[in-house]
Design a protein around this ligand. Sequence first.
Ligand code: SF4
Length: 184
Amino acid sequence: MDKIKLATVWLAGCSGCHMSFLDLDEWLIDLADGVEVVFSPVACDRKDYPEGVDLCLIEGAVANLDNLELLHQVRDRTRILVSFGDCAIHANVPGMRNLWGAESAAAVLERGYLELADTTPQLPNEPGIVPPLLNRVTPIHELVAIEHYLPGCPPPADRIRSLLQALLDQQTPPHSGRDLLKFG
Ligand code: SF4
């Protein structure tokens, strides 16, 4: 039987959801029996998101143009997309700058790089390398269709395992109960 092609993607998040994924510890060995990891910041070095991905866990919200372009590419090339963690689901920490309103990109850059700079205050500007910030940090389901949600900041390893095991068994993941459906 062909292995499931698994990807994990990191948009605007802190990587804590990926750290929680690594907390699956020895179950990762069982997982490796059933999946082939084809794209992941923690498991392979390829830069281009491949075609024909079966399942992708996508961490983080959409905060810049690179996030937005990658999200649409991931959606086009993935059968089952999981909104992985609170930043992906409701923008969470990166979304706090939305409180600045319609000019939040300029406001957060000025605060971080000009007002709080100890030396040589300057805005980052390297076209083609530093992606422009978007004015609103957006949860991913507002931009593309999502098959499943995995809440938590980060989702605990047991919750990740529960979802992955169900999907590997071609069953609907259980989305109920405090252990499996809890933000924060
Ligand atoms: S949900 Fe929490 S742990 Fe995951 S990327 Fe966001 S801040 Fe980090």
